[in-house]
Design a protein around this ligand. Structure first.
Ligand SMILES: Cc1ncc(COP(=O)(O)O)c(C=O)c1O
Length: 389
C-alpha cells in the first residue's frame, strides 16, 4: 500500500459527536455534516459512526453525495444543505432526501418529480438573515411559504438559516441573525405555519452561542476535531482530531552548500545539508504554498520543507535528524512522539483554514480507518478500492 495515507480515528469522530450531544442535550437533534466526503475523512464510515454515536441526521451539499450513503443502507434523514438544480430533483426524490429550498422558484422541478414518483418531498426553507449567498429574506419568508404551499407534494418540515461569523469574538452579528430568524418563526406561527424543525447552528454557533441550538444543530468541522476558530480558547470543550496525514521518507541525499533544490531553484543550500524526500505533493493535498514554509515531523522533530513542493513529492532539510533513514514515517498533520502539527497549523502555512486543507487531501491518498478492531483500508480513490477488492 502507498506509504502516503490519511489515518482516520473513527473513535475520535464518535467522541466528538458525543461532545456535541452532551452540549446540546436530549431535546436537540444533531445533524452530522458529511459533505465533501466528510471533510475529506470519507463520508460512509464517518456517517455510520456518527449515527451510532447519537447523530440522527446527516447533511450533504448536493444530492449526489447522498448516493453512497443510501447505497450502504443508511436510512436516516439526509438534508441537502444547498439548493439543487432542476436536473438533480430526480435524485432527491428517488433517495428520499430532505431538500433545502432557498427560493420558491426551486419548487417546481421538485414537485414535478415528486408527483411523477407519487411521493412527498420534505423541504426546509432557508432564510437569509445575513450570510448573503442563498435564501429568502426575512421580509419575503411569508410569501415564499404561501407559494410553496401551492405545491402539494412538497411538505415544509424545516426552517433554517446559516451564520456568517459565529466564530467571531464579537457575537453581535450572529445575535442579530438569530433575532431576525426568531421573528420569521414567530411571524409564520401567527399565520398557522409552524414547521417542526428550526435550525441554524453550525459548529461555531453550537459552541459559542447556546441560544442558537433550537431544535437541531448542524456541526461539521468540530466532529473532525478542529475548532471553528482555528485555535482552542480557554473553556472550549476538548475535541479529538480524527485525521493524521503521514508518509515515509523515500530517499535521503546530501546537498552541498550553494546547490539549489526543486523547481524554480527557490532554495539554495546555505551549508551542506541532508535532504529527505517524501512521496507526497500538491496532488495529495500538500499544497504548493508549503514551499519553503511548512514543517513536517520526522522522528518526533519538526523539520522544514525546502524548495518548491512538486505534484508528487516534497523535500525536507533533515539535517537536524541525522539518524533518519529511508522508510521513516513523516507526519504532515497529526502527532508523532511529543510533537503535533494540527490541521489548523498545516492550513495556516498555506493561507487557509482547516476545512479547506482537510477536504483538499487528494483522492489518491488512501483513507485508513483505525478502529478498535485494527486498521481497515477504504481508499477514497477508485484505484485503491478496486485494487484492494
Ligand atoms: C448550511 C450549513 N450548515 C452547517 C455547516 C457546517 O459548518 P461547520 O463545519 O462550520 O460546523 C455548513 C458548512 O459549511 C453549512 O453550509
Amino acid at each position: 500500500m502507498r506509504p502516503t495515507r490519511a489515518e482516520i480515528q473513527l473513535g475520535a469522530i464518535a467522541q466528538n459527536v458525543a461532545t456535541a450531544k452532551r452540549l446540546v442535550g436530549n431535546a436537540v437533534q444533531v445533524m452530522a455534516v458529511v459533505k465533501a466526503d466528510a471533510y475529506g475523512h470519507g463520508a460512509v464510515p464517518v456517517a455510520k459512526v456518527a449515527l451510532d454515536a447519537g447523530a440522527t441526521w446527516l447533511g450533504v451539499a448536493c444530492p449526489e453525495e447522498a448516493v453512497p450513503l443510501r447505497d450502504v443502507g443508511i436510512r436516516a434523514p439526509i438534508l441537502v444543505l444547498s439548493p439543487t438544480a432542476p436536473q438533480q430533483a430526480e435524485v432527491v426524490v428517488r433517495l428520499g432526501l430532505d431538500q433545502c429550498v432557498s427560493d420558491p422558484e426551486q419548487a417546481n422541478p421538485l414537485a414535478e418529480e415528486a408527483a411523477k414518483a407519487r411521493r412527498e418531498v420534505r423541504i426546509h426553507l432557508k432564510v437569509d438573515t445575513g450570510m448573503g449567498r442563498v435564501g429568502v429574506s426575512p421580509r419575503e419568508a411569508r410569501r415564499a411559504v404561501e407559494r410553496l404551499a401551492r405545491f402539494p407534494p412538497l411538505k415544509l418540515v424545516g426552517l433554517m438559516t446559516h451564520f456568517a461569523d459565529a466564530e467571531a469574538e464579537d457575537s453581535s452579528f450572529s445575535r442579530e441573525q438569530l433575532r431576525q430568524f426568531g421573528e420569521v418563526v414567530e411571524g409564520l406561527k401567527a399565520v398557522g405555519v409552524s414547521p417542526a424543525i428550526r435550525h441554524a447552528a453550525n459548529s461555531a454557533a453550537l459552541l459559542c452561542l447556546p441560544e442558537s441550538r433550537l431544535d437541531l444543530v448542524r456541526p461539521g468541522i468540530m466532529l473532525y476535531g478542529c475548532h471553528p476558530r482555528g485555535r482552542v480558547a480557554a473553556g472550549d470543550p476538548a475535541l479529538a482530531p480524527a485525521l493524521r496525514l503521514r508518509t515515509e521518507v523515500s530517499q535521503l541525499k546530501d546537498l552541498v552548500k550553494g546547490s539549489s533544490m526543486s523547481y524554480g531553484r527557490t532554495f539554495v543550500a546555505p551549508a551542506d545539508i541532508r535532504v529527505a524526500t517524501l512521496p507526497i505533493g500538491y496532488a495529495d493535498g500538500a499544497g504548493r504554498l508549503l514551499s519553503n514554509r511548512g514543517e513536517v515531523l520526522l522522528r518526533g522533530k519538526r523539520v522544514p520543507i525546502i524548495g518548491r513542493v512538486c505534484m508528487d513529492m516534497l523535500m525536507l532539510d533533515a539535517s537536524r535528524v541525522p539518524e533518519s533513514r529511508v522508510g521513516d514515517e513523516a507526519v504532515l498533520i497529526g502527532r508523532q512522539g511529543d510533537e503535533e502539527i494540527t490541521a489548523d497549523e498545516f492550513a495556516g502555512w498555506q493561507g487557509t483554514i482547516s476545512y479547506e486543507a482537510l477536504c483538499r487531501i487528494g483522492p489518491r491518498v488512501p483513507r485508513v480507518y483505525m478502529g478498535s478492531g485494527g486498521a481497515c483500508v477504504e481508499g477514497a480513490a477508485w484505484c485503491f478500492r478496486s485494487y484492494l477488492r
